[in-house]
Design a protein around this ligand. Structure first.
Ligand code: NAD
Ligand code: TYD
Length: 375
């Protein structure tokens, strides 16, 4: 079976659902159910004997030892992490604990387990570490996209903690021979994403008639990847990736945040028009994120050439699927936004929105004009 960490989160759960939809190999899903973990997402697997869920922290070495010994996985896919940059700015310690210490603990347990394997079981074992493009830092506007050889330059507590975990994984491969692979992927979007991240946040707030808080001038660039394409890339890495290698995974969709919000509003206008006005009227420029990386972009040619993976979705088709999924699953969203989530929104946005008028004025240059023109 596969051992998945963080399989109740956005990408991990999408991976588990996709995996079990396509094959019979069982999954052991280890997740501590932080605020971002959600068993609702895995509801369709209730009573499915191929899905074994264990509520545990990756810092709990004893439980991990027991789970490895009992279930004897052939591979680990390590998704579990603290993942939200804004939260990392306010509470970096959680990021060090899970992303650095937790990954180290998992590596220790996996190494001990792998050491006592023999023959084919040992040769075939894989440890796939899910990392991010953010470890490479920010790109200049005209710089070529990140390759696997780009030097690390993490800028946020989140990316620094992920970079530290990447270094541990690399060292366990180099020193102990653990058959580990690391992937760096760009910003994901799609079904079941926690609505603190940009696309589901804007979507749910647009539908609720609330301001759409664009940080700074809105011209920061991300390279958007549909989550189903990410899952397909991970299946290719697990099946055919070379131990010790790293693979960049991106959607070839570089967009400014303002463009993304604008496109989202246009899609919503078409699919679920407001009685009056345009969703884009809700766009509000707010105080920027401290240390906000200006641009990320991925060169995915290595995984394309070596493993034959290519994204199937364009940004437009992926976004359409995403918008329709959120419109069709109000209960999933409502159960989140009626809970603790409200405290985060209040904490992160109250002050930002209060200074919104000021930032809208700063952004009234080219960006706001462009945004009005493209409406
Ligand atoms: P997420 O925040 O939605 O989910 C993280 C999951 O990990 C949650 O279910 C949470 O309960 C679990 N978790 C957290 N701490 C844990 C711990 N100590 N022990 C066990 N489980 C724990 O994250 P996501 O967006 O699904 O990201 C998954 C992975 O992909 C992360 O490693 C992240 O760094 C990486 N990644 C994400 C993106 C993106 O755009 N979402 C992009 C690149 C890389
Ligand atoms: P996010 O989804 O938090 O991902 P990351 O910071 O890991 O790239 O944010 C994506 C982009 O959207 C990022 O440039 C910050 C911006 N953003 C906003 O403008 N407003 C928001 O409310 C949020 C959450 C993000």
């Amino acid at each position: 079976m596969l051992l998945i960490t963080g399989g109740a989160g956005f990408i991990g759960a999408n991976f588990v659902l996709d995996w079990l939809a396509g094959c019979s190999e069982p999954v052991l899903n280890v997740d501590k159910l932080s605020y971002a973990g959600n068993l609702d997402t895995l509801r369709s697997l209730h009573n499915d004997p191929r899905h074994v869920f264990v509520h545990a922290d990756i810092n709990d070495r004893e439980t991990l030892n027991r789970l490895f010994a009992q279930h004897r996985p052939r591979a680990v896919l390590h998704f579990a992490a603290e993942t939200h940059v804004d939260r990392s700015i306010h509470r970096p310690a959680d990021f060090v604990q899970t992303n650095v210490v937790g990954t180290f603990t998992l590596l220790e347990v996996a190494r001990a387990y792998w050491n006592q394997l023999t023959g084919e079981n040992k040769a075939q074992f894989r440890f796939v570490h899910i990392s991010t493009d953010e470890v490479y830092g920010a790109l200049a506007p005209d710089a070529p996209p990140f390759t696997e050889n780009t030097a690390y330059a993490p800028n946020s507590p989140y990316s620094a903690s992920k970079a530290a975990s990447d270094h541990c994984v690399r060292a366990y491969r180099h020193t102990y021979g653990l058959p580990a692979l690391t992937i760096h992927c760009s910003n994901n979007y799609g079904s079941y994403q926690f609505p603190e991240k940009m696309i589901p946040l804007m979507l749910t707030r647009a539908l609720a008639g609330k301001p759409l808080p664009v940080y700074g001038d809105g011209l920061h660039i991300r390279d958007w990847l549909y989550v189903g394409d990410h899952c397909a890339a991970l299946r290719a890495v697990l099946a055919r990736g070379r131990p010790g290698e790293t693979y960049n995974i991106g959607g070839c969709n570089e967009k400014t945040n303002l463009d993304v919000v604008q496109t989202l509003c246009t899609a919503l206008n078409r699919i679920k028009p407001k009685p009056r006005g345009h969703y884009a009227d809700q766009i509000t420029f707010v105080a920027d994120r401290p240390g906000h990386d200006r641009r990320y972009a991925i060169n995915a040619s290595k995984i394309e050439h070596e493993l034959g993976w290519r994204p199937a979705e364009t940004f437009e088709t992926g976004l359409e699927k995403t918008v329709r999924w959120y419109l069709d699953h109000p209960d999933w969203v409502n159960r989140i936004i009626s809970g603790d989530y409200r405290n985060w929104v209040e904490f992160n946005y109250t002050q930002r929105l209060a200074s919104g008028a000021f930032f809208s004025e700063i952004a009234t240059g080219a960006s706001a004009k462009r945004h009005r023109a493209s409406r």
